[in-house]
Design a protein around this ligand. Structure first.
Ligand SMILES: NC(=O)c1ccc[n+]([C@@H]2O[C@H](COP(=O)([O-])OP(=O)(O)OC[C@H]3O[C@@H](n4cnc5c(N)ncnc54)[C@H](O)[C@@H]3O)[C@@H](O)[C@H]2O)c1
Length: 375
């Protein structure tokens, strides 16, 4: 009998692509997903293949999670709460306590799970890794609110206050500074440390911003590509936060799936964390141009002076650790953008959600407008 894999959050973006890949490799798949709004409307999504066993339930519910774990050989744990809002406890209940419950059940009931892969995030690096010309490598703290309010975006040296150069961030130092990232660090610690202690082989993958079809328009956390795509497809220019010079290493869902399958089958990955990123940097302004180009339009992005509290200035991951196991990102930024735009343009009910998302985030004090700075 082929192995049975449980995918929590398997009705979501990364989860559902992982489900497809697992079925394609001959695994049997069970999904546990609470079909949470706003990503879902309470219905099993049409893209989940009929042969998937679907349990509508929460990773925070003991009996639902226990039922989902019955007879399972391995787990992909994707279910999570992701947002920028200030309902702090929600992050820890779903992401931290949900993961603790998963390990509690596996350990206490001696379930024969051979591997757990948890979805961590680049967000746990906070501002990441920098170099000051005179004071060497630093892992800076959050940018001071007063600087952001003045539209001064640069990350400054803690000793001489000179602007620093952003570097690729490897796996060694984490510095989470928002509630999502703090809960993701908990999730990793639970998986790697308790997994190790109790002999449950576990891997944490720190994804950079993942892009691809099925990424919900309604997931405010899903990054700039979604926001820019919705704008240009409704005939409006992309709106850029800060000055558009922020560097990111967007990674394609197809490359992420290869990473997921690799660590599922490779015991060298056990009890380790790995970055999974695009391995090339692109600034947000360039991403907006690629989106405009893919949509066949000529939209000059709006530089708005808007900024999001808790955003990292530059963040891009060093993926050499996962490369050493034979993985490499293959999809170019342009292909990634084209694929997403082609999918987005086909979706029913596409409407500009920017104004509504802006109102919610401004009311929560998460999205603010600088009093000065680049326009
Ligand atoms: N998409 C990215 O760029 C990215 C980057 C870094 C990390 N991640 C992580 O990858 C994972 C998947 O992200 P995604 O982009 O596919 O998100 P998504 O919102 O598309 O999918 C998450 C799924 O989890 C389900 N879910 C939420 N709470 C649940 C609960 N309590 N019980 C059961 N199901 C629940 C949702 O209904 C949804 O189907 C998450 O853990 C996320 O933190 C994503």
């Amino acid at each position: 009998m082929n192995e049975l894999i449980l995918v929590t959050g398997g009705a979501g973006f990364i989860g559902s692509h992982t489900v497809d890949a697992l079925l394609g490799r001959g695994f049997r798949v069970r999904v546990l997903d609470a079909l949470v709004a706003p990503v879902h409307d309470g219905e099993r999504p049409g893209y989940l293949p009929a042969e998937v066993e679907f349990i509508c339930g929460s990773v925070t519910d003991r009996s639902e999670l226990r039922e989902a774990l019955e007879g399972v050989d391995a787990v992909f744990h994707f279910a999570a709460y992701q947002d920028y809002l200030t309902d702090f406890s929600h992050f820890f209940l779903t992401n931290s306590a949900g993961t603790a419950l998963l390990y509690e059940l596996i350990v206490n009931e001696r379930l024969p799970v051979r591997k757990v892969v948890v979805a961590s995030s680049q967000a746990i690096y906070g501002e990441g890794r920098y170099r000051c010309q005179d004071h060497d490598i630093q892992y800076p703290d959050q940018r001071p609110p007063a600087n952001l309010e003045l539209g001064e975006w640069a990350v400054l040296c803690s000793q001489c206050a000179a602007p620093m150069e952003a570097l690729q961030t490897d796996e060694h130092v984490v510095a989470p500074h928002n509630s999502y990232a703090l809960s993701k660090r908990d999730q990793e610690d639970i998986a790697i440390k308790l997994g190790h202690r109790y002999g449950v082989p576990s891997v944490a993958l720190r994804y950079s911003i993942v892009q691809g079809p099925r990424q919900s328009f309604r997931n405010a956390y899903s990054g700039a590509l979604r926001s820019f795509a919705v704008r240009v497809l409704t005939g409006q220019p992309p709106v850029i936060y800060e000055d558009g010079e922020q560097l990111r290493d967007y990674v394609s869902i197809h490359d992420v799936i290869e990473a997921n399958l690799l660590v599922l089958g490779d015991s060298r990955a056990d009890y380790q964390v790995f970055n999974v990123g695009g391995d090339r940097q692109v600034n947000v302004r360039r991403l907006a141009h690629l989106v405009s180009e893919a949509a066949g339009g000529d939209f000059e992005p709006e530089i708005s002076r808007l900024y999001r509290v808790g955003d990292s200035r530059h963040i891009f991951s060093d993926v050499s650790k996962l490369r050493a196991l034979g993985w490499a990102p293959r999809v170019s930024q342009r292909e990634m953008v084209r694929e997403y735009l082609a999918w987005a343009a086909e979706q029913p009910g596409l409407e500009d959600s920017f104004a509504q998302a802006r109102a919610v985030m401004e009311a929560a004090g998460v999205l603010r407008t600088a009093s000065a700075g680049t326009r």
